[in-house]
Design a protein around this ligand. Structure first.
Ligand code: CP
Length: 292
């Protein structure tokens, strides 16, 4: 893995290698890269991705260069390319970037430093996808034949896009649940009524309603959204015994999921965050090895 921009770049074999290496690290395998400098350039807010990359880098023994857009020369108008070229020039070895622009990495092709995409607009979120896949794989030890429903703001979700591509390629059956205004018909998945499918799914993946990406306010109240598209106690009780609930978080409690279900026995929401550190360690280790 020379870099990671989009989940679509990875073969199924590379996905499985990444998951297995993350599981090995979680089980105690030591990986150390003490001479490597990493910078996390986040041009969009983040808690999980930014912090878990930093934990992953520190666990790998890397040196983490402090960078905040507000106190950097980005505030003087420096371009993304020039910021990244600066990091390359001062000896940084890997960049993790989150940016509001879809496909921002296409404008950075001339750089000689690997980029790991921490999320681009509504495009891709490959590291979130890989940690979701690790969490599913730990549970079921396979993808082939699993029934997955992804519910919510599909149109604006880079998580939905990445997971749809990866899960279908790995043999899972993916269906969507969404209000008409948040459907994305560029993805060839079937849209279904959540109540028609809730008792059949192995994985129920809920998505955050991304208010910040909406041009007009939603035509639903919190209660209406939860009643029509969210996971509430009634639907939770219909889930199969071994079904699991995922959500990339942050969670809008009582919207996508009723608050008391966030830590319910079938929820793997906080396990996803734990697995995110190991997945990101696996990705960084492979990218650094490929560029040495
Ligand atoms: N899941 C996710 O990307 O969360 P953050 O926006 O907090 O990084």
């Amino acid at each position: 893995m020379n870099y990671l921009h989009s989940i679509t770049e990875l073969t199924n074999e590379e996905i499985m290698t990444t998951i297995q290496r993350a599981i090995d690290i979680k089980n105690g395998k030591t990986e150390k890269f003490p001479d490597i400098f990493a910078a996390n350039l986040f041009f969009e807010n983040s808690t999980r991705t930014k912090c878990s990359f930093e934990v992953a880098e520190r666990k790998l023994g890397m040196q983490v260069i402090p960078f905040e857009t507000g106190t950097s020369s980005v505030s003087k108008g420096e371009s993304l390319y020039d910021t990244c070229k600066t990091m390359e020039s001062i000896g940084c070895n890997v960049l993790v970037i989150r940016h509001p622009e879809n496909d921002y990495y296409r404008n950075l092709k001339g750089l000689n430093i690997p980029i790991v995409n921490g999320g681009d607009g509504s495009g891709q979120h490959p590291t979130q996808c890989l940690l979701d896949l690790m969490t599913i794989y730990e549970e079921f030890k396979k993808f082939e034949g699993l029934k997955v429903v992804i519910c919510g703001d599909i149109l604006n979700s880079r998580v939905a896009r990445s997971n749809y591509h990866a899960l279908t390629r790995l043999g899972a059956e993916v269906k969507f649940v969404a209000p008409e205004e948040w459907m994305d018909h560029t993805l060839p998945a079937e849209y279904v009524n959540i109540d028609k499918i809730i008792d059949e799914v192995d994985v129920c993946m809920l998505l955050r309603v991304q208010h910040e990406r909406h041009e007009k306010s939603a035509s639903y109240t919190k209660e209406e959204y939860n009643a029509q598209y969210g996971l509430n106690s009634e639907r939770y009780n219909k889930l199969k015994e071994d079904a699991i609930i995922l959500h990339p978080a942050p969670v809008n409690r009582d919207v996508e999921i009723t608050s008391e279900l966030v830590e319910a026995p079938k929820s793997r929401i906080f396990k996803q965050m734990t697995n995110g550190v190991y997945t990101r360690m696996s990705i960084l280790a492979q990218v650094i090895e490929a560029n040495q």
